[in-house]
Design a protein around this ligand. Structure first.
Ligand SMILES: Nc1ncnc2c1ncn2[C@@H]1O[C@H](COP(=O)(O)OP(=O)(O)O)[C@@H](O)[C@H]1O
Ligand SMILES: CC(C)(COP(=O)(O)O)[C@@H](O)C(=O)O
Length: 275
């Protein structure tokens, strides 16, 4: 099963005792590169791009679903740990593939719950799997379950590219479990969520994401400088939570965008929905 990469532009952290009510509000978008997961008979091993890996969310799901005798194989077009929702993609793909074995009639929202809880417990995500489940350009208005996600229709979706440049890795857990970061993120995130609801366009999403990464201090100097160099595009910012630049552009700007970057990953917007 394929699960698209997900880029969060800005978010707000909500922590409750119940992992189902824990999550994030915020805004993100899914891209046409992501993670494909399959399961096959085995001894509960996890593979990520052909390397055996003790990947927390996948391990959490294998334990929770109590299924033995299967290996989980993830093949990702995007790097892990770079703010592209790869951990969420692995979690959702694993839940779906194991759920299919356990009970093909299993309600897809139940599988989403399993994936969400595994991300929250591992500290690898708060809202990615919601964005990946609904697909496209989504505003998460409430954290966790029951989902309250507004999917924004994108006019002429196929005009746009989302170009990604990885500058490094960042452990999501180091930020979303740090009280100092939580305070900064929530102060700015709350304000910007109100802004996007007034004007839910892709260009405004990019502009608000840039404000978010700048005001929270999450943005690296290198990425801020690249964003300035890319001011001719439809918007540039840092993918949360990674050391990753993402740029929105169309055919008119793509050539100039690529001339600024060293190792660009060219994506399109992906709108598939799983529910
Ligand atoms: N080689 C590895 N072996 C086991 N776990 C890894 C390895 N590399 C990364 N991880 C784990 O993968 C998870 C990545 O989660 P996250 O930072 O949210 O990634 P993403 O931004 O791609 O969703 C973290 O728990 C990290 O510790
Ligand atoms: C931004 C983040 C908290 C982490 O995203 P990633 O680094 O891609 O796991 C995401 O889960 C979200 O809630 O929007």
């Amino acid at each position: 099963m394929f699960v698209p990469g997900h880029i969060t532009g800005f978010f707000r952290i909500h922590r409750e005792k119940d992992p189902l009510r824990t999550g994030s509000t915020g805004v993100g978008i899914t891209v046409d590169k992501g993670v494909t997961t399959e399961v096959r008979s085995g001894e509960g091993r996890i593979y990520f791009n052909d390397r055996e890996m003790d990947l927390c969310p996948t391990k959490e799901i294998l334990n929770n679903m109590g299924i033995e005798g299967y290996d989980v194989i993830h093949k990702s077009q995007l790097p892990l740990g770079c703010g592209l929702g790869v951990s969420g993609g692995c979690a959702l793909g694993c839940a779906y593939e194991l759920g299919r074995i356990m009970d093909p009639q299993m309600n897809k929202l139940e599988l989403l719950k399993i994936a969400h809880i595994s991300e929250v417990r591992c500290g690898t995500g708060l809202g990615d799997v919601m964005g990946q489940y609904f697909g496209g350009f989504t505003i998460r208005k409430k954290p966790g379950f029951p989902p309250d996600v507004k999917k924004i229709n994108i006019k002429d979706k196929d005009r746009y590219y989302i170009v990604v440049e990885i500058l490094g890795k960042r452990e999501t857990r180091d930020v979303i479990e740090d009280p100092n970061w939580i305070e900064k993120i929530n102060k700015v995130g709350d304000r910007l969520l109100k802004e996007i609801l007034k004007n839910p366009t892709l260009e405004n999403f990019m502009a608000l994401s840039y404000i978010f990464v700048k005001e929270t201090g999450l943005a690296s100097e290198e990425i801020l400088s690249l964003c300035e160099d890319l001011s001719f595009s439809r918007g540039a910012s840092q993918a949360m939570l990674g050391d990753t630049l993402f740029v929105l552009c169309t055919d008119e700007e793509i050539k100039d965008v690529l001339s600024v970057l060293k190792n660009p990953i060219i994506c399109r917007i992906y709108e598939g929905k799983y529910g």
